[in-house]
Write a protein that binds this ligand. Structure first.
Ligand code: 13P
Ligand code: SF4
Length: 319
């Protein structure tokens, strides 16, 4: 409608005025993902968001996602201005892993290599030897395990458990979880599969082990999108944030996607599987932050320099 078109046009004009590029996650509102595509920005998983922002020539990055994504962008490009539509958008994994407690935990196990998920604060990353996202976690842990290294893993226990089972590595797990993925129910997936017996089940590894066990493909957001494109199935049950359906449906217009149930009955709820923090990103607060320069991300210089080391290990990792 006209109001929406106007709001989009306003953000577009401001992006240009501010020499800014929009870097958005697959979980954000489809309007934002479309805008990123139309304006030469990127829509991707957290690993590619970090890569794209670091390589782009714009002087300002507008990061539509959650706080750790903005912080990662700032750590990797300290000379760029990094703005976020809101500073309130956090993540239950980040909240559940306070830097002081985590540091004490690491100090208690000095013989272990510290691997942290990207969904953490700059201070937690600064304490780590490696940062990983879900699309690269298995490869990095495999590599470390092959060298005989024992690992501390934080914060997501479900992803940690999955990586541990797949690699057989010696991993000590922090007790964190994603409030969105943790809600998926294996019984609900089984019930829904009875209605759609030919459906392939795609699961993000932040989901509980019982749901992962039902998956045809387990992977990061970008890996699940790839699976939707390459598997021959016409119907999919997807255990991750519903924001991903924008890209899946765009790339596979003839396929049908159902959200994995958060209830054993197999019922699909409209508001579930929707990260409350990702949902805080909107066209109006994007325009407001570009207009005023508010919500800039700052990371302490010394902390950022320490956090950059394990982040760059991830970006440069090739196995
Ligand atoms: P990926 O996009 O790296 O799979 O991350 C998922 C996530 O939960 C980000 O918040
Ligand atoms: Fe964090 Fe989960 Fe939201 Fe991703 S979906 S930002 S892991 S709370």
């Amino acid at each position: 409608d006209a109001e929406l078109a106007q709001a989009k046009a306003r953000v577009k004009a401001l992006l240009e005025r501010e020499n800014a590029v929009l870097v958005a996650h697959y979980y954000t509102d489809p309007l934002i993902q479309a805008l990123a595509e139309e304006t030469g920005g990127c829509v991707s998983d957290s690993l590619e968001m970090a890569r794209f922002g670091a390589q782009h020539s714009a002087s300002t990055l507008l990061v539509a996602g959650v706080k750790f994504m903005g912080e990662t962008a700032k750590i990797l490009t300290p000379n760029k201005r990094v703005l976020m539509p809101t500073l309130e958008a956090t993540c239950s994994l980040d909240i559940g892993c306070p830097a002081d407690e985590f540091s004490a935990f690491c100090d208690a196990h000095p013989d272990r290599t510290v691997v942290v998920y990207a969904n953490t604060s700059a201070a937690v990353k600064a304490r780590a030897d490696w940062v990983v996202t879900s699309s690269i976690a298995l490869d990095v842990v495999d590599y470390l395990d092959a060298q005989g290294q024992k690992i501390i893993w934080a914060p997501d226990k479900h992803l940690g458990n999955y990586v541990q089972k797949q690699t057989g590595a010696d991993m000590l797990l922090w007790d964190g979880a994603c409030i969105v993925h943790e809600e998926f129910k294996a019984q609900g997936v089984e019930t829904l599969k009875q209605t759609h017996p030919d459906a392939a089940v795609l699961v993000h590894p932040e989901s509980p082990e019982s749901v992962v066990a039902l998956a045809d493909v387990v992977g990061s957001t970008s890996q699940l999108i790839k699976a939707a494109q390459t598997l021959p199935n016409r119907v999919f049950i997807v255990a991750t944030d519903q924001g991903i359906f924008y890209k899946m449906q765009q790339l596979c217009p003839d396929k049908t996607f159902y959200i994995a149930p958060t209830a054993g009955s197999g019922a699909t709820c409209r508001s579930c599987a929707n990260c409350p923090w990702m949902a805080m990103n909107a066209l109006d607060n994007m325009a407001a932050t570009l207009e005023s320069g508010a919500n800039e991300i700052f990371v302490d210089k010394a902390l950022g320099e320490r956090a950059m080391v394990p982040l760059n290990r991830m970006l440069n990792f090739k196995n």
